[in-house]
Design a protein around this ligand. Structure first.
Ligand code: SAM
Ligand code: SF4
Length: 351
């Protein structure tokens, strides 16, 4: 059986027939190498820019992909040129089988060698599981931290758990897993006076701070462009403390990067004011088996019925991957007046 893409408001281009195993290329010649896998929509925090305090509609438990299902999709994706799997959520460390997920994914081989496993986490639970994760094959880690001040953290995440996040970062710093990156969403009247402190903290932890422009992906739909801190503002604040020297060779990476005089580096992900859609090589699998070709897409391609049909073949999974990629638009439309925020919040899409 074949999953039917849901299309809202426009015609889906007809996908040509590609041979399974050929690269995942879209209508704008972008070759896809990176699959973001959301393992759960649940989380131990409630960041205001991501989730509501209450009233979140959780994904149905029976729709959450099993490890076998995730590995099956990943294996098909790897044979079509995906080389990196980034595990995210929600909070990926809330999956009880997280070590098994990492171990099994990292065993996938491509023609060019083993795949790379990366993870984005809020850091809580890292001290318990990091050694096992590294042993299982985790190669890269991003930990999110928006403030170093306990009261602010509690207000922003609606949970008083800064100490646990700091212990997670300390465990990662001590483990030697590199590259280690810390993610911070820059927010007006929340942490805008802390940007340099966050960079210093990251450098001291052997990590790179990456500031993310806040995007309209909060489940409460409260994003306000006028309150967003832009790339230019971030760079302006950092320039008051450091001389920034741009690091060339960004490729398809979302972050622009600078080195700091005195040592260390910093990155900025300017998804709103300087979108990098032309180089995007990512696609996403949600915890309930929906393929998305963009963070902001309003279309999803349902793999769940394929995965749960005992007769369905890997070629059918491959076909859904290609249909999803083929429907990818040239860019997101955040800056367009007709922009429609996706129905899912970031926690259910997978950041
Ligand atoms: N729970 C994990 C974490 O916080 O790292 C992984 C999932 S979270 C959705 C992934 C990343 O998305 C985090 O770095 C978070 O700060 C970022 N994020 C969430 N909502 C965002 C928004 N509205 N704008 C920009 N970044 C956002
Ligand atoms: Fe949870 Fe990460 Fe969303 Fe914060 S950003 S609520 S830690 S999923």
């Amino acid at each position: 059986m074949t999953a039917v893409p849901v299309t809202i408001g426009r015609r889906m281009p007809e996908a040509p027939v590609f041979a399974p195993g050929s690269p995942l290329v879209d209508t704008h010649s972008r070759v896809h190498r990176d699959l973001r896998i959301s393992l759960t929509d649940r989380c131990s925090l409630r960041c205001t820019y991501c989730m509501p305090e209450q009233g979140n509609e959780w994904l149905a438990r029976e729709s959450i992909l099993t490890v076998d299902e995730i590995v099956r999709v990943a294996t098909v994706a790897a044979s079509a040129g995906i080389t990196t799997f980034r595990l995210t959520g929600g909070e990926p460390l809330l999956r009880r089988d997280i070590v098994d997920v990492v171990r099994r994914l990292s065993a996938i081989e491509t023609a060019d060698g083993p795949v790379q496993i990366a993870m984005t986490t809020n850091g809580i639970r890292l001290p318990e599981v990091l050694d096992e994760l590294i042993d299982a094959g985790l190669a890269r880690l991003n930990i999110s931290i928006d403030t170093l001040q306990a009261e602010r953290f509690a207000a922003l995440t609606r949970r008083d758990r800064l100490d646990e996040v700091l212990l997670g970062i300390a465990a990662a710093a001590a483990s030697g897993i590199r590259p280690l990156k810390l993610n911070a969403v820059a927010m007006r009247d929340v942490n805008e006076d802390e940007l340099c402190d966050l960079v210093e903290f990251a450098v001291g932890s052997g990590a790179e701070l990456r500031f993310i422009e806040q995007m309209p992906l909060d489940a409460g739909h409260t994003w306000d462009r006028n309150r967003m801190i832009t790339r230019e503002e971030i760079l302006g604040k950092l320039s008051e403390r450091w001389t920034l020297t741009e690091i060339p060779g960004r490729g398809g990476a979302p972050a622009e990067r600078w080195s700091l005089d005195g040592g260390g580096t910093v990155g900025v992900i300017a998804s709103v004011t300087a979108p990098f859609c032309g180089d995007c090589d990512r696609l996403r699998l949600t915890a309930d088996g929906q393929l998305r070709n963009c963070l902001f897409s309003t279309d999803e391609f349902d793999l769940l019925p394929v995965l749960r049909d005992a007769q369905a073949t890997d070629a059918e999974i491959d076909e859904v991957l290609r249909r999803c990629i083929w429907a990818k638009l040239p860019g997101h439309a955040i800056n367009d007046p007709s922009f429609l925020q996706p129905a899912r919040g970031m926690n259910a899409i997978g950041g």
